[in-house]
Design a protein around this ligand. Structure first.
Ligand code: NDP
Length: 402
């Protein structure tokens, strides 16, 4: 029985609040805090109505402000903070957790606001401080990073002596009926996918132009989809934690229409993150674009189709080469029916809740800063299906990624 503080009232925060409330035996008291308290109130009204959990409160907090966070955490006294606001707030929330003696969990690694660059170095630098305080910081516990990292850990633990080739494949075959929208925070999403591609091979990182490499990959229950090699944050920790990897890549599907919009957005300067003067005021074009794009949290209602995200792995077991594919498919409609959020928020929010549950029930323990693949994958994957994200695995199949 533990109290949890969830920070961030977007699509992911909605799902995390729903899923925590469905498990009062672990999350006996819940507080949802965000910059705009009315958004927390709206979510909590729905969650209370649908789950019957009565001990849920809301609060307002500016998570860029450490003293404000410390004050809130001291008042609430949670066992863990689930951070599902934006990656810009990772370090301030980690600082506040250290100051108040509370465990920390997030779903995306830190990136500075004025530079489109994300990497773990900033958060890994907290290792000694979390260790000294006897606290646990769980990094990247969404779907990717998150479940994909735990799928890889399962492969390494149970099915291979050495994993050599890892291809993470992420397909969203959903249709939200809008000409252009992003499935999670547009600012973070556009920064991520307009950067150069990067993959790991033979001990080195190889850089590509954005979307330079593509392949037709077949996704279970969906069919063939053009998939583009992009850089994704879990590659950084996976190659460190699984040093037998000779190559690690990440593929994501994009439709032609989506890529055309993205190209136009970039070409006309709307993806810029440096300030420009408009009528005497400094504005950041990408922040302005976010204000006019559909809110990802509102996409759910007419969203059809499903996501399919998994890992395709080649390596050796008992001296023999083998292949392995492990994945989850998630229906946007089913996610919306249960939580009022679309599938991308759902596939992120369920693992965030489950990771917190692993910490609170002592199944994941330790002191310091950990990426999720460093924990035992078994108790997490045992529960992932029952919690809403069933997964499947296949052995010795063609992987299409040679
Ligand atoms: P949204 O933009 O929908 O929600 C973000 C929320 O954070 C908003 O409620 C926003 O408040 C709040 N927020 C922003 N800044 C602050 C601040 N300074 N203080 C307090 N609250 C703040 O994002 P999503 O829900 O789509 O995504 C949430 C997180 O999940 C992101 O970090 C994203 O990168 C991550 N993610 C991870 C995935 C994974 O698989 N690992 C996949 C998808 C997302 P306001 O409403 O006032 O703007």
């Amino acid at each position: 029985m533990s109290k949890v503080l969830i920070i961030g009232a977007g699509g992911v925060g909605r799902v995390v609040t729903y899923k925590c409330a469905q498990h009062p035996e672990v999350f006996s008291e819940i507080v949802l805090a965000s910059r705009t308290q009315s958004k927390c109130d709206d979510i909590v009204a729905d969650v209370k109505r649908d789950t019957g959990h009565s001990k849920i409160q809301t609060a307002r907090v500016d998570a860029d402000n450490v003293p404000e966070l410390v004050q809130l955490i001291r008042k609430i006294q949670p066992k863990i903070v689930i951070h599902v606001a934006l990656p810009y707030q990772d370090l301030t929330i980690m600082d506040a957790c250290l100051e108040t003696g509370v465990h920390y969990l997030d779903t995306a690694n830190y990136e500075p606001k004025d530079e489109a660059k994300f990497e773990y170095s900033w958060q890994w630098a907290y290792q000694d401080r979390f260790k000294e305080k006897g606290l646990l910081a769980v990094l990247g516990c969404g779907f990717d990073p998150g479940v994909t990292s735990i799928f890889t850990a399962r492969a390494a633990k149970h099915h291979f002596d050495e994993i050599h080739y890892l291809d993470i494949v992420d397909c969203n075959a959903g249709d939200h009926g809008k000409a252009f929208a992003t499935n999670f925070n547009p600012e973070i999403n556009i920064r991520e996918i307009t950067q150069k591609g990067r993959y790991y091979e033979n001990g080195k990182w190889v850089e590509t132009e954005p979307h330079e490499i593509s392949k037709m990959l077949t996704y279970p229950g969906i069919g063939p989809k053009n998939s583009y090699l992009i850089y994704h944050e879990e590659l950084e920790s996976l190659v460190k934690n699984f040093p037998t990897l000779k190559r690690a890549r990440f593929w994501m599907t994009f439709g032609e229409e989506y890529l055309t919009h993205l190209r136009v957005i970039q070409n006309i300067g709307m993806a810029r993150i440096d300030p420009v003067k408009y009528k005497g005021v400094d504005i950041i074009p990408l922040e302005f674009l976010k204000a006019v794009l559909p809110d990802p949290g509102e996409l759910g209602e007419n969203y059809t189709g499903q996501t399919s995200i998994g890992c395709r792995i080649r390596g050796v077991k008992d001296g023999r080469e083998r292949t392995y594919y492990i994945w989850n498919n998630c229906s946007h409609e089913a996610a919306f029916k249960e939580t009022g959020a679309q599938g991308v928020s759902y596939t992120t929010g369920v693992p965030a809740m489950l990771g917190a549950m692993m910490v609170l029930t002592g199944k994941w323990a330790g002191q310091g800063v950990f990426n999720v693949e460093e924990f035992n994958p078994d108790p997490f994957l045992d529960q992932l299906g029952p919690m809403g994200l069933p997964w499947e695995e296949k052995f010795d199949v063609g992987l299409e990624v040679d």
